[in-house]
Design a protein around this ligand. Structure first.
Ligand code: C2O
Ligand code: CU
Ligand code: CU
Length: 429
């Protein structure tokens, strides 16, 4: 139901195994199971309490990626949970319907924890989304698609190398924990919630027969109107909601396609961008239920205006650093005044891709390399792929939740880079 209420969720981090290769159990980590975690669904306005238990043999955290919430509940590297301990953050969901996710954020270890499978989806619903004729029957026509690539050693165990600058980019794909998955489609329109939960791989999602996907939402919510596109690119941490229209009896495959991310000869294929592979087969039944006409318009969006900005900050990503500094848990890099709207001018100063993620807020893009953002990047975002040698101007508003002592993070979401120190801290006061 969409009734506003008090919701309570139990999450336990634990170890398990997945047969990535038949007959060879690969050791994995998950929430409440061997791999990934349950999808949490809450409505805007709900009071949420999560009781997290760390059943691992090492400290970890649970971060609510994309959630607007108090810094103490954010689950970043300052909210470490010791082995065997519990942590019970509470907050009120206060943002539009969208697809968020949760994952650990222990400083220097995030790639290893997420890459072993500690990740789950967090779906926010609201009345505006409920009023649209969109597929919203979870597991029937509203489907999570969580992609993680993995690399196995000779014993079939996961390879993780946090010190490697780019990789490890995996050579096998798990989709919701399944190898080579197929989805039985029973409706004429199906909604896929794509989540790139991979450490480093950048995906370029498209359908096997090149038909259009209707992009309806990005990290922070629905777009103003569906955008028809052949391909949707997602760097680690990013999400997209797409609609796929199917005819009775049809079979098509969601794929990830070769894309050149720029940077010059030999560099365009970093982060696996030059690979092409199947992600999820969609098999429509011979009779499909109709979900109704896809709406022409989705939700109205207030455009943030740089004339309203009280300040501008500049962030340059280079090497393993932001603004020539590596992450220091004891240093507050930026102090933001509550109520302010700020422009963050983010520059990727390298010939290879990065991504940029800001906790607590959803931002809008003012420009990319001086040009207005394309339609697929016109909505709310919390993570953005940074192309080589390019400037991104972001605008965001810090509405509430002051805490002078507990910082939020901003960082590259290529998890190796984050772990190596490409991260900074801000407080809202
Ligand atoms: Cu998805 Cu700071 O994290
Ligand atoms: Cu985050
Ligand atoms: Cu990076």
């Amino acid at each position: 139901t969409d009734a506003v209420g008090r919701l309570h969720f139990d999450l336990t981090a634990q170890t398990g195994t997945v047969d990535v290769v038949p007959g060879t159990p690969t050791e994995t980590w998950g929430f409440n199971g061997p791999y990934l975690g349950p999808t949490i669904v809450a409505a805007s306005g709900d009071d949420v309490q999560v009781d997290f238990h760390n059943g691992l043999k090492e400290p970890t955290t649970v971060h609510w990626h994309g959630m607007h919430l108090p810094a103490r509940a954010d689950g970043g590297p300052h909210q470490m949970v010791a082995p065997g301990d519990d942590w019970s953050p509470r907050w009120t969901v206060d943002q539009p319907a969208t697809t968020l996710w949760y994952h650990p954020h222990p400083h220097g270890e995030t790639e290893r924890h997420v890459g072993r499978g500690l990740a789950g989806m967090f779906i926010v619903r609201d009345e505006a989304e409920a009023a649209l004729s969109l597929p919203r029957d979870y597991g029937v026509d509203d489907i999570p698609v969580i992609v993680q690539d993995v690399r196995l050693d000779a014993d079939g165990q996961l390879v993780s190398d946090t010190r490697d600058y780019i990789g490890p980019v995996g050579d096998r794909l798990l989709v919701n924990g399944t190898v080579g998955p197929s989805l039985a489609v029973t409706t004429d329109v199906v909604r896929l919630r794509l989540l790139n939960a991979s450490p480093a791989r950048i995906y370029n999602f498209a359908l096997s027969d090149d038909r259009d996907l209707a992009l309806i939402g990005t990290d922070g919510g629905l777009l103003e109107r569906p955008f028809a596109t052949r391909a949707v690119q997602l760097s680690p941490g990013e999400r997209a909601e797409v609609l796929v229209r199917m005819a009775p009896g049809e079979r098509i495959t969601l794929q990830s396609r070769d894309v050149d991310l720029g940077g010059g000869p030999g560099l365009g294929g970093l982060n696996g961008a030059r690979d092409s592979f199947d992600v999820l087969e969609l098999v429509a039944s011979d009779a499909l239920n109709s979900v109704g006409t896809v709406p022409q318009t989705l939700v109205p969006m207030e455009r943030l205006d740089d004339l309203d900005a009280t300040g501008e900050r500049r962030f340059v990503l280079d090497g393993k650093q932001i603004n020539q500094q590596q992450m220091d848990l004891g240093r507050i890099d930026e102090v933001v005044t509550v109520g302010d709207t700020e422009v963050w001018d983010v520059r990727n100063n390298m010939a290879l891709p990065h991504s940029f993620h800001v906790h607590d807020v959803q931002f809008q893009l003012l420009s990319i390399g001086g040009d207005p953002p394309p339609p697929e990047l016109a909505g709310y975002k919390d993570t953005i792929l940074l192309r080589p040698n390019t400037d991104y101007r972001l605008i965001m508003r810090f509405t509430d939740y002051t805490d002078p002592r507990t910082p939020y993070m901003y960082h590259c979401h290529l998890l190796q880079h984050e772990d190596q120190g490409m991260m900074g801290q801000f407080v809202v006061v």
